[in-house]
Design a protein around this ligand. Structure first.
Ligand SMILES: [Zn+2]
Length: 167
């Protein structure tokens, strides 16, 4: 019942991901309809329900444009789990402040990059410029497209791809 279900807005824009339990609740009170199933059925003592994979709300929900949360995991993913100074790939990767905190470097998409422990140690308390270590890619905030936001679900839920593309 905790299997993720993709929730679409009334206009088919991807809205969020919820649990199967929550999706069943929305379907039961007819606030949503099934768009894609194919996951078999859920049986209760008296009834059998199709197990949803994608549902669509019967009404429009207005939300501000989503943004990607600034977290360690998101920075690692943005940088493809690759040290931005030497190209080494994880595990054991850290997050480096290009301009160190003590020099006023911000906790921001443009100042945080993935670095391996060796590079982080080598760079020490210096800025990337002082250490003559330039990140491979100019870091920036990832676009909060549906494909980016839900990418970790797409491998295991191939049927979601058509609903997520282009938003
Ligand atoms: Zn490195």
């Amino acid at each position: 019942m905790n299997t993720p279900v993709l929730v679409l807005n009334a206009n088919y824009a991807p809205l969020n991901v919820c649990t199967t339990r929550r999706a069943m609740g929305l379907l039961l009170v007819e606030k949503a309809m099934i768009v894609s199933n194919g996951r078999g059925v859920i049986r209760t003592s008296s009834r059998t329900f199709l197990r949803p994979s994608v549902i669509r709300l019967g009404y429009m929900v207005k939300l501000p444009r989503p943004r990607v949360k600034l977290t360690k995991r998101e920075i690692l993913q943005r940088d493809d789990y690759t040290c931005q100074y030497c190209g080494r790939r994880g595990p054991g990767l850290t997050i480096d402040h290009i301009v160190p905190r003590h020099s006023g470097g911000a906790k921001s998409w443009t100042n945080l990059v993935t670095a391996c422990q060796d590079c982080n140690r080598k760079k020490g308390g210096q800025s990337a410029h002082e250490a003559r270590m330039q990140p491979y890619r100019q870091p920036s905030e990832p676009p909060a497209t549906a494909a980016y936001l839900y990418r970790r679900h797409l491998k295991t839920n191939q049927e979601w791809v058509v609903f997520v593309e282009g938003w």
